[in-house]
Design a protein around this ligand. Structure first.
Ligand SMILES: [Zn+2]
Length: 330
């Protein structure tokens, strides 16, 4: 039977419901702790929970927490939020990108990562097979040994390059996918290097229908998006309302271009709300309610104006596509 793996165990994919596909809920990234960038620390469970409740009040049902071990997630706090709000959470096994790995590994993680000082030393010293085993454990035994299982595996690459250690984690994650059948997500820095990731994934025999590429809207290039979509992969438009990168019209234009070309079943939408200043209850930001409350109506209006069926596209981006994307491969 096919299933989606949540913090509360495996569910029937039909139960997932309205889903944000890439968010961060409670985390203290060691790299940003060291750099003392407080805005990037989502470190107050109560405040994060209020934003999750806002999402629920508008009809939200599930959130993919895209935070991997090197981004300082707080698995237990997120589980409590899932318990208290009833929102289904999908957790993330694997890794983010290499520049974060200069950070020291927090004491509490050393049980899982071995006695290395930094993430860099850990990943450099481990073989691909050892990293594969680590990722498999996070899916099958729980994130950071918590017993709370991951529901997708993740790797990431840097801006316009893939470092040797990123290639190593990509291969480890690909092999963990073959073993666990978990869906795969990738971080692309500013939306770059998806096609190069695809070449490496093909060399690991990955069926790209089990892949979702993050941050595609940071590189608002319809020709590039089409190349990615043609592989069968999902494209995650997860920078909604980050006007500092591009106006909303640009993201919506790129999405509708993909729809026009027949790829509407491969689009995911989310906010990657990873700063205090983006959260409503930390710092007066737009918050987790923003996409459901404001972006969805705007998208429907604009899509309808242009002759599309906005409502049915929204159902695809937030219900049907996440349901397929996050289902474990048979
Ligand atoms: Zn993210």
């Amino acid at each position: 039977m096919s299933f989606i793996r949540t913090f509360h165990g495996d569910i029937d994919p039909d139960e997932l419901g309205f889903t944000y596909s890439h968010e961060h809920i409670v985390c203290r990234p060691p790299y940003w702790v060291e750099k003392q960038v407080d805005d990037l620390l989502l470190d107050d469970k109560e405040k994060s929970q209020k934003d999750v409740m806002d999402f629920k009040k508008l009809g939200g049902q599930a959130i993919v927490d895209a935070t991997a071990i090197d981004y300082g997630r707080d698995v237990h706090a997120v589980k409590e939020i899932a318990n208290e709000t009833g929102i289904k959470i999908i957790g993330t096994a694997g890794f983010n990108k290499s520049f974060l790995w200069t950070a020291a590994i927090p004491e509490r993680l050393k049980k899982t990562t071995g006695n290395y000082d930094t993430f860099y030393e850990w990943i450099e010293d481990s073989s691909i097979n050892e990293l594969t085993d680590f990722v498999i454990k996070e899916i099958e035994e729980g994130l950071e040994g918590s017993g709370i299982p991951g529901g997708q595996v993740k790797f990431g690459t840097d801006y316009n390059r893939i470092t040797p250690l990123e290639e190593k984690t990509l291969r480890a994650v690909a092999r963990a996918h073959h073993e666990t059948k978990a869906p795969i997500h990738s971080h692309t820095e500013a939306g770059t290097m998806a096609l190069e990731q695809i070449e490496l994934l093909k060399s690991e025999d990955i069926n790209l229908e089990y892949m979702s590429f993050g941050h595609m809207d940071r590189n608002p290039d319809p020709f590039y998006h089409e190349k990615v979509a043609k592989t069968g992969a999902f494209l995650s438009f997860d920078g909604i309302s980050k006007i500092k990168y591009a106006p909303e019209s640009t993201r919506i234009h790129c999405i509708l271009e993909l729809v026009k070309k027949g790829f509407e079943d491969q689009i995911l939408v989310s906010g990657d709300t990873a700063r205090k200043s983006y959260y409503k209850h930390y710092d007066y930001g737009l918050g987790l309610e923003n996409i459901l409350g404001k972006w969805v109506p705007r998208f429907i209006e604009e899509a309808n104006q242009k002759g599309f069926d906005g409502e049915s596209l929204i159902e695809k981006f937030f219900i049907h596509n996440p349901k397929r994307c996050f289902t474990f491969k048979k």
